[in-house]
Design a protein around this ligand. Structure first.
Ligand code: ATP
Ligand code: MG
Length: 295
């Protein structure tokens, strides 16, 4: 049964798409079966995987709004072990049309039922907003991965985001966990990058992935060639980092096999304090009693 991970952050341009595409390809390189779902009308994931605009191609829109099954929409990602549910700009309409549809937050959850058994990982690239598309993604996910740039006010941004995720946990998906916070576009030549990374680690502890994604021009170039970085330049720092991240994600899944074994320091320290403050001591079952890895 696949682990379903949304890659989400309301903030734009933080590396969500780059992470979805390159983590997906790296997991496939480790012989995992991967489905990537492009849940963003910008369709950057679709084009980064080498699928230019094509009005004839079925997309996530048909599944969410017209109820077509995923079997008819999933395409071969042209990489061994990697499939894709593409997007295009029509998906903008879905965010609006969903408003009047029954069960509007759970359309994607329903679609995933038929394909979950076929994959080890399902990665969902979310748009930079908290619209109904993102809500569908988060409702359907086991966990959320949050890419963030090491920049001024990063801690405030992540705290607010975790606060929002905690609210969603109470409303749309009580099982939603934090897969991890991923530091992206890290530049080790700047003091600011280093300082922010250190602060984030001391504040959010083990919720932050050990892997740090460096700022790397190969990562920025690869999408224009329609391929993940491991196929564009396997020796680049970017390729190395995403392969490392894939390893970390796989090893976290293995740790989770034993209940309570994941992210052992969740529930202690500053992150838990921030989390329970955000929960407002609502007694909703989150915070201290939420268990490891939960939002
Ligand atoms: P949006 O919110 O618009 O969907 P996003 O969060 O998906 O954006 P990306 O599209 O992945 O962000 O990245 C934004 C830009 O930064 C892209 O041009 C991408 O190629 C570039 N980029 C992402 N990660 C890196 C990196 N580690 N090094 C260099 N460039 C990067
Ligand atoms: Mg994107």
């Amino acid at each position: 049964m696949a682990r379903v991970i949304s890659v989400a952050n309301q903030k734009g341009g933080v590396g969500k798409t780059t992470t979805t595409v390159n983590l997906g390809a790296s997991l496939a390189a480790y012989e995992k079966k991967v489905l990537i779902i492009d849940c963003d009308p910008q369709a950057n994931t679709t084009s980064s995987l080498g699928f230019p605009k094509d009005p004839a191609r079925r997309t996530l829109y048909q599944a969410l709004i017209l109820g077509e099954t995923f079997e008819r929409i999933v395409i071969d990602g042209q990489i061994d072990g990697l499939d894709l549910v593409p997007s295009d700009k029509n998906l903008v309409g879905a965010a609006v049309e969903l408003v009047s549809i029954d069960n509007r937050e759970y359309r994607l959850t329903g679609e995933l039922r038929s394909v979950r058994d076929k994959y080890d990982f399902i990665l969902i690239d979310c748009p930079p907003s908290l619209d109904l598309l993102t809500l569908n993604a988060l409702a359907a996910s086991d966990s959320v991965m949050v890419p963030i740039q090491c920049e001024y006010l990063a801690i405030e941004g992540v705290s607010e985001l975790l606060d929002t995720l905690m609210r969603l946990r109470r409303t749309i998906n009580p099982e939603l966990a934090i897969e991890g916070i991923l530091l992206t576009m890290y530049d080790d030549r700047t003091t600011l990058s280093k300082q922010v990374a250190a602060d984030l680690r001391s504040f959010f502890g083990a919720q932050v992935f050990e892997t740090v994604i460096p700022r790397n021009v190969r990562l920025a170039e690869a999408p224009s060639h329609g391929m993940p970085v491991i196929f564009y330049d396997i020796h680049s720092k970017g390729a190395e980092a995403y392969m490392h991240l894939a390893k970390e994600v796989v090893s976290n899944v293995q740790k989770r096999v034993g209940p309570g074994a994941e992210r052992p320091d969740w529930g202690t320290g500053a992150a838990a304090t921030a989390a329970s403050a955000a929960a407002g001591a609502s007694g909703s079952g989150s915070g201290g009693s939420a268990g490891p890895g939960s939002v």
